[in-house]
Every structure is written in C-alpha cells, then in structure tokens.
Design a protein around this ligand. Structure first.
Ligand code: PEP
Length: 254
C-alpha cells in the first residue's frame, strides 16, 4: 500500500520568523498523526530555521525550486547540493514556475535529473490550463509533460508526481474527487508505459488545487490519489493538521 503524502507549499509567503512560528504551531499536532508522510516547503530563506524546529519530529522538509547547475555564476540561484543537506524533497515544475518564469519541459527535466543526482526527492507538478481542459486536451497535455519531464530519467523510485490542474490552483475552484482520480489513474497508466507497472503502482501521485480541510476527504478517499500538495491551506496550522489527520483516518479505514 502506498503511504499517503501531504506536502504544504508555502509559496512566497512567510518571513523567517513567521515560518518558524507556523511550523512550531504545526509540530505537535502533526507528530500525533501516524501513517502519513508530511512535509512543509517554506521559502529558501526559511529552510534552515524550519529545519532546526522540526529536528526529531515526523515533519519533513522540502524546497520549492532549485537550479540544475551545481555551482558558478548564476546570480540568485540555489544549487541541488545547497539543498540536499537541509531538505529531503523539492517541488519541480510547479505551474507558477512554468507560467511566470518560463520553465519549459526541458528545464524541468534538467532540474529533476539534478535533484536525483544529489538524493533529493522531486515532487514533479503536472497539470493543464483551463482552456486546455475545456478543449478536451487534458490527457494530451499531461502525456507531453510527463514525457518531457522524465526524458532519459531511469531511476524514478524517489519521484512523486502532483497532478495540479492550473485552473484549480489558488482559485478556490477545486476539481471533483472523481475528475482528479480519473486523471491520476491516467497519469499512473502513462508512468507504466514509460517505465513498468511495478514502478507505476509504487509511485505516489498527489492531487493539488484548492485543497482545504473542508474538501480534503473528497480527494483523499479516492483510490488513485495518494495525498495532496496543499498551497493556501498549508499556511494555517489547524487546516494543514486537519488535512493530514483526514489522510490518516482514511488510510486506517482501508
Ligand atoms: C499549490 O501551490 O501547489 C497549490 C495547489 O495551491 P492551492 O492549494 O492554494 O490551490
């Protein structure tokens, strides 16, 4: 059985002291919940402060991005090995990076390779735009994103995929549980085509897009959905803890 995974993407929110406060508020509540892997992904500048607070707890740490080069004249960038001491996970290919920072499939592919090289576990985000969804192109877009992101990548056991329909991110307009489950099943089918059925069955595929404490169970109770990548609702300790708790209860009931 795949262990549920809930990750909070704090995006460009929280100062260092706010990040420290937020994770302090979460620590006890999250530690009391068994059977779910949990991670928070604060901004780069807060990683070290958050790492110190979660030391010895069940909370894991992720970054929101990295650059694929190891070192050198890349002003403002953060390399894989700068993160690998501090983090276990890294979000790659988030739609906001594709949309605002021009990240292409080729860049996403290089970033995944760079993360895996230093032992970071990538959380690869894929998902279609509203117009693509409305034109019935969701599957085509996802196949293309999976192919380009995973091109030439052999070892994918440490990879997690997050299906995030762009029209559902930060909009308050989540997909339905059935819609998300269907697309995630399609993603798993394509992972099996790219690799094999065993790898596809082991791989965790999350849903992301306006998940909150009120709608989490709708997604987490679907058979193909292995957890959630949570944006806005991960900035409130009680909401995030409630989502993780629901994931644990649903898993125990299975
Ligand atoms: C995200 O940032 O990955 C996300 C899903 O955001 P939100 O939950 O706010 O829609």
């Amino acid at each position: 059985m795949r262990i549920p995974f809930i990750a909070g993407n704090w995006k460009m929110n929280t100062t260092v002291s706010e990040a420290a406060e937020l994770v302090k508020e979460m620590r006890q509540g999250l530690d009391a919940i068994a059977g779910v892997e949990k991670a928070v992904c604060p901004p780069f500048i807060s990683l070290e402060a958050v790492r110190r607070i979660i030391e010895g707890s069940s909370i894991k740490l992720g970054a929101q991005n990295l650059y694929f080069e190891e070192k050198g004249a890349y002003t403002g960038e953060i390399s894989p090995s700068m993160l690998s001491d501090t983090c276990e996970f890294v979000i790659i290919g988030h739609s906001e990076r594709r949309q605002y920072f021009g990240e292409t499939g080729k860049v996403v592919n290089k970033k995944i390779q760079a993360a895996l090289r230093v032992g970071l576990k990538p959380i690869l985000c894929v998902g279609e735009k509203l117009e693509e969804n409305e034109a019935g192109r969701t599957e085509k877009v996802i196949v293309e994103q999976l192919r380009s992101s995973l091109f030439g990548i052999g070892a994918v056991d440490d990879l997690i995929i997050a299906y995030e329909p762009i029209w559902a991110i930060g909009t308050g307009r989540a997909a339905t549980g059935e819609q998300a489950n269907e697309t995630i099943s399609f993603i798993r089918h394509n992972v099996a085509k790219l690799y094999d059925e065993d790898i596809a069955q082991r791989m965790r595929v999350l849903y992301g897009g306006s998940v909150n404490a009120a709608n989490a169970a709708e997604f987490l109770s679907q058979p193909e959905i292995d957890g959630a990548l949570v944006g806005g609702a991960s900035l409130k300790a009680s909401e995030f803890i409630s989502i993780v708790k629901q994931a644990s209860e649903i898993r125990q009931a299975r």
